[in-house]
Every structure is written in C-alpha cells, then in structure tokens.
Design a protein around this ligand. Structure first.
Ligand SMILES: [Zn+2]
Length: 123
C-alpha cells in the first residue's frame, strides 16, 4: 500500500491541505492521486503515529507563488487562474529558476519543518 511505503521510507511526511499533487518526498504521487486524498491523509497520520514518524499538514495557499529560496512573491511567479499554465518560472527577486511543483514542494516541506520547530499540533 502506498501509505505504508510512504511511512517506511520517510522520517517526516508533509502534505499540503489542498491537493495530493504536491505530496512531498514521494515517488508515489500517482498512487496517492488514485486514492481518496482525505482518506489517505487520515490513514497516513495514523500510520505515522504508530511508526514514530512526524506527520504535518500545512496550508499550501501561497506555496506555488512564493519563491522557496528568497521567500518573496515575485511578479513573475504563477498566480491565480492565469498562473495555472505556468510550469517554469524565474524569481525576479533572487534570480532562481523554478519548476512549479518543485518550488511548491520545497515550500510545503519548509512549512512542515517550521511547524515541527515551534511544536504546533497538526490540524
Ligand atoms: Zn527568489
């Protein structure tokens, strides 16, 4: 099962709260997408607790448009409906070039680490 393999292969799992497409640190995005996402999250959380793995769910609202390197929201980053077709972009603030999904995944992971650091209870 995808959820069991995810837990076995990671010490920390961070998921965005909007879609499975940005599930961080996994090569199993497709099997995740095929499962019901909320059911999968519930199961993941349960398995993580049993296995001593940290599980974090974070708000991914701005993770697509925020540069994961300099944390600024560049005028060139993907935003709203018009930004849906943008797959690759360059941050005008620091010059980093991003694949949309990788940048977003890095932001989600950073949010998960931040939450662990301050010890906020998962949603
Ligand atoms: Zn930047």
């Amino acid at each position: 099962k995808a959820s069991t393999m995810l837990v076995k292969n990671n010490a920390l799992i961070v998921v965005g709260n909007l879609s499975a497409a940005k599930l961080v640190k996994t090569k199993m995005a497709k099997s995740v997408l095929d499962a019901g996402f909320s059911a999968l999250k519930t199961m993941l959380k349960y398995k993580c607790e049993n296995a001593g793995v940290s599980f974090e769910e974070v708000n991914e609202s701005y993770t697509t448009q925020t540069c994961s390197y300099c944390k600024s929201i560049s005028s060139s980053s993907p935003k709203g409906r018009a930004g849906l077709g943008i797959r690759e972009w360059q941050c005008h603030e620091c010059g980093s070039s991003w694949d949309r999904d990788i940048n977003s995944a890095l932001n989600i992971l950073a949010l998960g680490h931040k939450r662990l650091a301050v010890g906020i209870t998962p949603i």
